[in-house]
Design a protein around this ligand. Structure first.
Ligand SMILES: Nc1ncnc2c1ncn2[C@@H]1O[C@H](COP(=O)(O)OP(=O)(O)OP(=O)(O)O)[C@@H](O)[C@H]1O
Ligand SMILES: O=c1ccn([C@@H]2O[C@H](COP(=O)(O)O)[C@@H](O)[C@H]2O)c(=O)[nH]1
Ligand SMILES: [Mg+2]
Length: 240
């Protein structure tokens, strides 16, 4: 669903917009190509529609495994846009959105926020960016998250990274992170680790079976870990 169809229809004469909506209903949302030549002139300030789906990398791993740290390095070296699902949810809390209080409670409890909420935040962030490659950090956290993403967005990720880190190391890192996060305490950390084992790991196994998973041994210095990450993206750059 990278077709920005709402935006698209608002740029069209009403007869075309209505035709677009009828075709959406009849054929689902895979009809973007049919209209793309008509809307290549974006209105001022609007982001032009994409000609092809963006390159999506899901970045998975337990709490404190170093996902955000490595994403910053990938951004710097390969020009991706980093979207941390947790950061998007924290922004919802600080923007006083109607769901803010509920999201805050879920995060304090280490629980997974309803999938459609997270997927919409991710989708909105992708659609409002002109970049064509994204790191989606900390999502999907459950099979239900994954299926909701596929249903709403209509695409699978191109690559999935898994930062595999021993529990004691993750606990040590989280408890010394010092960024004022409400969930960086031992009680919530225990719950997050439980959720990781019971709900995140099945997603990781799913992508492993699909041949999309790159497992990174997430111990050692940040640079040592990035040495494992670098060749993965370098290979995709060559293939482009
Ligand atoms: N290789 C490393 N060695 C030691 N500390 C690290 C390493 N990588 C990251 N850290 C530190 O560990 C903490 C957690 O890292 P980071 O925030 O990147 O993890 P995360 O996987 O994004 O965690 P969360 O899922 O909780 O958001 C940070 O304080 C970070 O500076
Ligand atoms: O897809 C997601 C991502 C995050 N959450 C909630 O946010 C916290 C913190 O996430 P980090 O990735 O560690 O920043 C997580 O424990 C969940 O409560 C979510 O529900 N769905
Ligand atoms: Mg993080």
């Amino acid at each position: 669903m990278w077709r920005r169809t709402t935006l698209l229809s608002s740029l069209m004469p009403s007869s075309k917009a209505s035709l677009l909506h009828q075709m959406q209903a009849a054929y689902g949302l895979k009809i973007w190509g049919a209209f793309s030549t008509e809307v290549l002139k974006p209105a001022k300030g609007r982001i032009p529609p994409r000609e092809k789906p963006p390159f999506i990398t899901f970045v998975l791993g337990g709490p404190g495994s170093g996902k955000g740290t490595q994403c910053a390095k990938i951004v710097e070296t390969f020009g991706f846009t980093h979207l941390s699902a947790g950061d998007l949810l924290r922004k919802e809390i600080s923007s006083n959105s109607e769901n803010g209080a509920m999201i805050l409670n879920m995060i304090k409890e280490g629980k997974i926020v309803p999938s459609d909420m997270t997927v919409k935040l991710i989708q909105r962030a992708i659609e409002s960016s002109e970049n064509d490659k994204f790191l989606i950090d900390g999502f999907p956290r459950s099979e239900e998250n994954r299926q909701t993403y596929e249903r709403i967005v209509g695409e699978e990720p191109n690559v999935v990274l898994f930062f595999d880190c021993p529990e004691e190391e993750m606990v040590k890192r989280v408890l010394s992170r010092n960024q004022g996060r409400v969930d960086d305490n031992i009680d919530t950390m225990r719950k997050r680790l439980e959720v990781f084992t019971s709900l995140n790991l099945p997603v990781i196994n799913y992508y492993s079976e699909k041949g999309k998973l790159y497992k990174i041994r997430a111990v050692g210095t940040e640079d040592e870990i990035f040495e494992q990450v670098h060749p993965i993206f370098a290979a995709f750059e060559v293939l482009k």
